[in-house]
Design a protein around this ligand. Structure first.
Ligand code: FAD
Length: 493
């Protein structure tokens, strides 16, 4: 084994959680190594995203523009055939003032493309990203994690040392136990998912053709996610009683489920199943719902599926992974800068992360009660999150990932200001193309400046004093710094 290399932080895994935390730590000038066992692009499930991720966190990562230009399907909200209402019902993110305007949508993404954008962005931001480099173990000394061992491109075992190791290796993590953590599986969400891909499936009528369609049926529920005008991700989430059928003959199982669900059967009537490439097989996932007993230990932090995941309904996985990545980055940056002690910094990370996880967990338990109307689900969301002025806003904010003040007022508010300025800049560009005489005195650069200032004022007026950083969770607690990437003590801020 060659002599150990030294970094400030080693991140294990290059999914959304790993890319987020590594980029946000590297942006603060620290040396970050990211070790990924696969070669990207690699397949992953989790294709329906939330506005909090594609605008809020993506803006902090500096990748929101690239995501906007990537051509992903625009998701305005969700359409559900769920609960006591026999007819499908639809919600739109635009209902919420926290998302209205240019940030009132999310995307349905092919994860091979989305995750590659985030990983390449980490590289652009100075992270040393090494693919085909599986981590095989953790280096521990004096009760503290000090680094990892991994297999390098030549198949040799190498050791790397770091002040912090971040486990972002997803649901298959073998490392989380080294943070003194146990994985506790939910007794409630014990379903399994069978999923595959179709070409030529039907679409919901405009303007909702990009919505996720979730349809409850006798065995469980289906997701129907339009990934492109022709490609659709279709998954059946069913109870354990279907496990034998699913694992024995997935094709027959899928056909039986489709036949039992008239709305999905109708959508797939003219479609053909993809049979080649990464989308050309049936895939099964189970045992996904768990939460670890600790999210950090001395020298080690867990983010994304390595720490917790609730359930596929409402697409919270990538949101929790990237938000957890942001919270971990704040703690790591603060500790490396020596401005906040380790115990306080990571306790804050864990408190906020658990709170977000808890919101989804509590709400989803009630959402699986099929005897309720959508109004009752909206009411339940307001009861759980206790922030929005109306039930429907509370629901939309929760499932958009902006229920907590810190995401809405900090992360998302920044993204909205940037998106609003971007829209105004486009308006300015259109104005500048007009003949000068038609605009009078305020033309050219003068007009640009005026409109730019107008945009900034409008943004502030729209978002008020809340724009910028969210407050502390508790009196005297920590809150985000002005750039959003560290913790500061509230009283000294
Ligand atoms: P991952 O995306 O799993 O990334 C982990 C990375 O670590 C991988 O690239 C892996 O190769 C790498 N790795 C693993 N071990 C090692 C090692 N030893 N060394 C180095 N690298 C390693 N979420 C949504 O937001 N929307 C959805 O619609 C949605 N649908 C879902 C449907 C189902 C059935 C399930 C089970 C989950 C769904 N999710 C969804 C959740 C989503 O898949 C995850 O929450 C998300 O991928 C977590 O991101 P991550 O970065 O933590 O982990």
């Amino acid at each position: 084994m060659s002599s150990p290399q030294e970094y400030d932080v080693v991140v294990v895994g290059g999914g959304p959680a790993g890319s987020t935390v590594s980029t946000l730590v590297s942006k603060h000038g620290h040396r970050v190594l990211l070790l990924e066992k696969e070669s990207f692009p690699r397949y992953q499930i989790g294709e329906s995203l939330l506005p909090a991720t594609v605008h809020g966190i993506a803006h902090l990562l500096g990748v929101d523009d690239e995501i906007r230009r990537a051509g992903f399907t625009v998701k305005r909200g969700g359409t559900f055939k769920w609960g006591s209402n026999p007819k499908p019902w639809t919600f739109e993110f635009a209902v919420s003032r926290k998302m209205a305007g240019p940030t009132s949508h999310a995307y349905q993404v092919e994860r091979m493309k989305f995750d590659t954008i985030l990983l390449e962005n980490a590289r652009k931001n100075g992270v040393d990203v090494r693919e085909n480099s599986p981590v095989t173990g953790v280096v521990e000394e004096d009760g503290r994690v000090r680094g990892v061992r991994y297999r390098d491109l030549d198949g040799r075992t190498a050791e790397v040392r770091a002040r912090y190791v971040v486990d972002a290796s997803g649901n298959t993590s073998r490392l989380y136990g080294r943070a003194g953590s146990e994985r506790k599986y939910s007794p409630f969400f014990r379903n399994l998912a069978l999923f595959t891909y179709y070409e030529g499936g039907g679409r919901l009528p405009e303007p909702y053709s990009g919505n996720i369609l979730s349809v409850a049926f006798d065995h469980g529920w289906f997701w129907y996610i339009p990934l492109s005008p022709t490609l659709t991700s279709v998954g059946a989430v069913v109870g354990q009683e279907s496990a034998q059928l699913v694992q024995g003959d997935p094709e027959a199982a899928m056909q039986r489920f489709i036949d039992a669900c008239p709305l999905i059967r109708e959508k797939l009537a003219g479609a053909t199943r993809v049979t080649e490439g990464p989308y050309g097989r049936f895939r099964v996932r189970k045992d996904w719902s768990y939460c670890n007993t600790r999210f950090w230990g001395p020298g080690m932090v867990l983010v994304g599926d390595a720490a917790c995941f609730v359930d596929p309904v409402f697409s919270s996985g990538v949101h929790l992974a990237t938000y957890g990545g942001l919270l971990a980055a704040r703690s790591v940056n603060s500790c490396l800068a020596g401005t906040i002690d380790e115990e306080s910094a990571f306790a804050e990370f864990e408190r906020r992360y658990r709170r977000e996880y808890g919101l989804f967990h509590e709400f989803l338990i009630g959402f699986y009660d099929m005897h309720r109307s959508e109004d009752s689900y909206f009411w339940q969301a307001r009861k759980v999150s206790n922030t929005a002025p109306t039930d429907i806003e509370a629901f939309v904010e929760l499932v958009g990932g902006v229920a907590s003040d810190e995401i809405a007022d900090g992360v998302m508010a920044r993204a909205r200001m940037a998106a609003t300025s971007r829209e105004l800049a486009r308006t300015v560009a259109t104005f500048e193309e007009q003949p000068v005489e038609s605009l009078g005195a305020a033309s050219g650069p003068v007009l640009s400046k005026l409109l730019e200032q107008g945009a900034a004022l409008q943004g502030r007026a729209l978002l008020g004093e809340r724009a910028g950083e969210g407050g502390p969770l508790e009196p005297g607690g920590l809150r985000a710094s002005a750039d959003g990437l560290m913790w500061v003590r509230h009283e000294t801020a």
